[in-house]
Design a protein around this ligand. Structure first.
Ligand code: BGC
Length: 791
């Protein structure tokens, strides 16, 4: 980079170290005399969350923006072009707001339906996550806005996410947890990759040279910026050495001082620092240059696109010939979601929608005449007899009941995993009692799978997930038949939580999370173990039918470096136009494991047919074992879901070898001996509460009397000094205080609570009360002085 090297050579060591941390919560650090500007980044994956105040992260205080459906929803479209379009709209909106980089998309794998952030992620499958993540990234970046794929890597639960250690065997890591990132990095070249909070096999993701320098940069050729998740820096000098370029947000001066000390005492090479600075500068200048590019922003167009995305992503899961509704059907519209829609999840991705629709208003505009009753209260779980009786009365006067139900917003919050897969009892009761008197169409809202003990009672079920600001009119379009549903599930819906392979190894331990199911994630497990499920991966109905015929291949075998193209004929055999998502899986002969290797969505008029082809590479027939290796002979299977594979063809692999034995366990997980047999070294981390370290959480403090007092003081201090925000900000903040280690409280406090103060607190807790108090006061004085100096 000819412009950058001379600048680096002019910067002082102090300036270089300072550049490696943000200026505040959202901007990079500027150095005017060197003509280094500051650039702004904001969340998020399905809409902009640009804060009014650059120093805070309060969720509710952001500039209104188009709220597109969340990733759990758009994933069901399986439509790369749609994701590109959404990305493009998001990118132009960012340009309009002066935002240089959007913090998204999130492409972590849905390991368990309980993860509190699954609504922000695409799928349980890495190919689908990677393809859609790449398409969205390309769309965002086509406008001159950067995209930042996140959270790299293996951040699959929220519980103690800042101290938890994901223990994953190498094959599962490469085939499942890294391969979506690999695809997005190689195909879309995102401006940035965000390193995750958690540890991976015993080391923090942002401090693992093998992950950042090795896999991401050397193997995959990534040359962009690596930015920490907000507050995800532990040992800053180790981070620099590993290639974590930028710490966000600004955490006070201590990390800059640590970098300086490390370079001066020789424990950190200045070259490593220069390399981080080079990535930061090249990112900043690129963003700065982009500001001159033209862009087109149109709020109305974005709203219409949000509607299209919601409509094309809705999944018809059941239909006893009730949908589309016949004209003049008398409808009872039930459920508080009709008034107060459930359209996005809570947390850093939560945005203030520009124009939020609700069913009460838009259904009439689509010609759906209805009588409404609330039926349940979103704020409560317990059934309310008055509300249910009123709903029954209204339903009795109508032909069909359309119920909006699902997960209330308080069930799906970043930072907090769900503990069960049920919907509130008041909704279950409403569904059962109404289904006893009238046919029910259920419009399901929520970002993750639920259990459905009432499924056999409803006549039609449309899974709308979280439809964004225009989700209500998308629902109306599906009900009336204006849109023919074409979404398919991007994750398996299990019958019960106890059926999920990660069930016993998800939140059993605060620190060490053993991924005992290994590669058997989602349908890879359910299908291999022949487990009954509620709805399989890739499943979705339509108002029309499609036939699959005439499978052909251009070769009977594949060699290293080669490809094979497999094609099938798809015909719309029904009477309506519609879209089919054709899926292609590969299964090694003699193995239970079946893996998605391609998909195409085709739109067909009645009677129209098309040939759909998949070009598979040698990598599609490979497994990971000390490198990618070709498997033995295999079958290519093509069909409408992972459980509805209609055609297959054999492919010979003369140079292939059998993958090492990876038996599928009936109950989803291996025993400890089998599991740890996959590791050369056991990567679990010993966490002992005492003595307290900078990694201690306030919950850990409760183990000693003085700690309980400190817990109370810190909580009060935070409540006094921090903006209380709205319901979700407050809930997340309180969770953050409880579960986050001291170091994160420091880095998220924007300099309010310094490392020095944290060390003082820890000394007190460890019994050095006098020394601790001294350290605490001296750190507080130092903080005050710094503050005065910076004024
Ligand atoms: C989240 C990121 C987000 C960041 C900034 C973090 O808590 O994990 O996904 O981009 O905050 O809001």
């Amino acid at each position: 980079m000819d412009r950058i090297d001379p600048i680096i050579s002019r910067l002082t060591l102090e300036q270089k170290a300072r550049l490696c941390s943000g200026a505040d919560a959202w901007n990079t650090y500027p150095i005017e005399e060197q003509e280094i500007p500051s650039v702004l980044m904001t969340d998020g994956p399905h809409g902009l969350r640009k804060q009014y105040d650059k120093s805070t992260a309060m969720l509710e205080q952001s500039v209104p923006a188009t709220c597109f459906p969340s990733a759990a929803t758009t994933a069901c479209s399986w439509d790369r072009a749609l994701l590109y379009e959404v990305g493009e709209a998001l990118g132009s909106e960012a340009r309009e707001q002066g935002v240089s980089m959007v913090l998204g998309p999130g492409i972590n794998i849905k390991r368990s339906p309980l993860c509190g952030r699954n609504f922000e992620y695409f799928s349980e499958d890495p190919l689908l996550s990677g393809e859609l993540g790449a398409a969205m990234t390309k769309g965002i970046q086509s406008t001159g806005t950067g995209a930042c794929i996140k959270h790299f890597a293996a951040n699959n639960r929220e519980y103690f996410r800042m101290v938890s250690n994901s223990i994953i065997d190498r094959r599962a890591l490469r085939e499942i947890y890294l391969s979506g990132f690999e695809r997005a990095v190689k195909k879309a070249k995102p401006y940035a990759v965000m390193s995750a909070y958690n540890m991976l096999n015993g080391v923090y993701c942002g401090e693992t040279p093998a992950l950042i320098r090795g896999v991401l940069r050397e193997e995959w050729g990534f040359d962009g910026l690596v930015v920490s998740d907000w507050g995800a820096c532990y040992n800053r000098e180790k981070g620099i050495a590993a290639g974590l370029d930028l710490e966000m947000p600004y955490s006070g001066e201590e990390n800059t001082e640590r970098i300086l000390r490390a370079v001066k005492n020789g424990s950190l090479g200045e070259n490593a620092l220069d390399e981080c600075v080079r990535h930061i500068l090249s990112f900043v200048f690129r963003c700065e240059e982009n500001k001159a590019l033209p862009h087109r922003y149109d709020a109305e167009r974005n709203h219409a696109l949000a509607r299209k995305a919601a409509a094309e992503s809705a999944v018809l899961l059941k239909n006893e010939e009730l949908l589309p509704l016949k004209p003049n059907t008398k409808i009872a519209l039930l459920g508080e979601f009709a008034e107060n829609p459930r359209y996005q999840g809570a947390g850093s991705s939560m945005i203030q929608p520009l124009e939020l629709e609700n069913a009460l208003t838009v259904f009439r505009m689509h010609g759906i005449d209805y009588q409404y009753a609330k039926g349940y209260s979103i704020a409560e779980d317990a059934p309310n007899e008055t509300l249910i009786s009123e709903a029954q009365r209204v339903a009795a006067e109508c032909d069909v009941a359309v119920i909006l139900a699902g997960l209330p917003p308080r069930y799906e919050i970043e930072g907090i995993d769900r503990s069960h897969m049920r919907i509130p009892q008041n909704q279950t009761d409403l569904i059962m009692r109404i289904a006893a008197i009238r046919p029910v169409v259920l419009l399901l809202c929520g970002g993750a799978p639920i259990e459905m003990p009432w499924l056999s009672s409803v006549s039609a079920l449309v899974n709308c997930y979280l439809g964004g600001e225009a989700g209500a009119s998308a629902m109306a379009q599906i009900l009336t038949g204006e849109v023919n549903p074409s979404g398919k599930l991007a994750e398996t819906w299990p019958l019960a939580l106890t059926d999920t392979p990660a069930f016993r190894f998800f939140s059993d331990d605060r620190h060490n999370v053993e991924y005992r199911e290994s590669i058997y994630v989602g349908y890879r497990y359910y299908d291999a173990a022949e487990k009954e499920v509620l709805f399989p991966f890739g499943f979705g109905l339509s108002y029309t039918d499609f036939s699959y015929s005439d499978i052909q291949t251009d070769a009977e075998s594949i060699a290293p470096g080669g490809t094979v193209t497999v094609s099938v004929q798809i015909e719309n055999t029904g009477s309506r136009a519609g879209a089919e998502i054709v899926q292609c899986y590969v299964q090694e002969d003699g193995c239970f494991l079946k893996q998605l290797r391609g998909f195409e969505k085709v739109f067909l008029q009645p009677g129209e047919s098309v040939r759909v082809s998949f070009t598979l590479t040698d990598r599609d027939f490979s497994f990971f074992s000390e490198g990618w290796k070709l498997m033995r002979d295999a079958h290519v299977l093509i069909g409408a879901s992972s459980r509805d594979l209609r055609l297959d063809t054999a492919i010979k692999i003369p140079s292939g070898t059998a993958a090492p034995s990876y038996p599928v366990a009936r109950d989803g997980h291996w025993d400890a001996v089998q599991f740890y047999g996959l590791f050369k070294r056991i990567p679990s981390v010993a966490f002992s509460i005492h003595p307290f370290t900078i990694n201690a959480t306030l919950k850990d403090f409760d183990s000693v009397a003085i700690g309980r007092a400190a817990h109370r003081v810190i909580t009060r201090f935070a409540e006094k000094h921090m903006d209380p925000g709205g319901y979700h900000s407050h809930k997340i903040m309180m969770q953050l205080l409880e579960e986050n280690p001291m170091r994160v409280l420091v880095s998220m406090s924007g300099g309010l609570f310094t490392y020095g103060m944290a060390r003082g607190v820890l000394m007190i807790l460890n019994g050095q009360v006098f020394m601790g108090l001294l350290a605490l006061f001296s750190a507080a004085r130092k903080r005050k002085k710094r503050k005065l100096k910076s004024k």
